[in-house]
Design a protein around this ligand. Structure first.
Ligand code: SAH
Length: 256
């Protein structure tokens, strides 16, 4: 193990990314934090095999937003983190992927900062990078793309973000990765087509990436809605559009 890992101070909160699923994708700091924390407050995306790595004396609490389902309000989560830290506990806030990528980690960190709580951020492997890699899809490849966009498929109300510059996105990003994009997939396809993306562009849907339940659907932009109707994909899932999807034929290295 690495010497000189930072001590987990009582009364502090560590905002930690758990990666997309496979426990092997935890960082050394994340594993260290799991061993030290007295409270592990995790969101809905964290894999059970990762929670099993928590210190056996730790209290493990599920507190996370889940699209569609009943979930605790964001301020209830931040209040809980602040209350535990104020009580002098070592608090690990564990989130799927990277805490600062579409995971409300920034909001939680801001609330901690405002409350004067000492915190640390431990980045994780975001699903849009590591999850795609487990599906044999590189985020960039030399002859495919020099730009890459991460886009959220819905805003806080569950709608496609309004005021969104679809033309700019369609023109500016050769590869687009949508997080939370499955619910309004018909609208996404329509907006991208209207903004000039081609009907035969390659698309993949990667469901439960880097877990034993990983599933990948390969299709085209115009075929996506019908393909999903024929083969529904479970959340969490990513949608990726662009030439890199074609490399999967040769790079599909992982079988769950
Ligand atoms: N902080 C996370 C993202 C949270 S938003 C990260 O960096 O990965 C939740 C969305 O992330 C899901 O709707 C889905 O689009 C994506 N996601 C997270 N984990 C995933 C996984 N294992 N497989 C596929 N998509 C995943």
């Amino acid at each position: 193990m690495i010497a000189d890992l930072p001590p987990f101070q009582p009364g502090s909160v560590w905002l930690v990314g758990a990666g997309p699923g496979d426990p092997g994708l935890l960082t050394v700091l994340a594993l260290h934090a799991l061993g030290q924390a007295e409270y592990v407050v995790h969101d809905a995306l964290v894999d059970d095999r990762i929670l099993a790595l928590a210190n056996p004396h730790a209290v493990v609490e599920a507190m996370g937003k889940r699209g569609g389902a009943v979930s605790p309000r964001q301020d209830a989560i931040t209040h809980r983190l602040i209350a535990l830290a104020t009580a002098g506990k070592k608090v690990l806030r564990l989130k799927g992927g990277d805490p600062f990528v579409f995971g409300r980690g920034a909001e939680e960190a801001l609330a901690l900062a405002e409350a004067g709580i000492v915190f640390r951020v431990v980045p994780g492997i975001s699903a849009g990078i590591g999850g795609l890699a487990y599906a044999g899809i590189p985020a960039t490849a030399k002859h495919c793309n020099s730009t890459l966009a991460f886009v959220t498929g819905h805003d806080q109300g569950g709608d496609i973000p309004s005021g969104f510059d679809w033309d700019g996105l369609a023109r500016g990003a050769e590869v687009i990765v949508f997080y939370m994009g499955l619910r309004k997939v018909d609208v996404l396809v329509e907006r991208l087509r209207n903004a000039g993306r081609k009907a035969d562009e390659l698309v993949a849907v990667v469901s439960r990436a880097a877990t034993p339940k990983q599933q990948v659907l390969e299709t085209t932009l115009s075929g996506l809605v019908a393909a999903l109707a024929a083969q529904p994909m479970e959340a969490p899932a990513l949608l990726v559009i662009g030439g890199v999807v074609g490399l999967r034929a040769k790079l599909n290295w992982w079988q769950p």
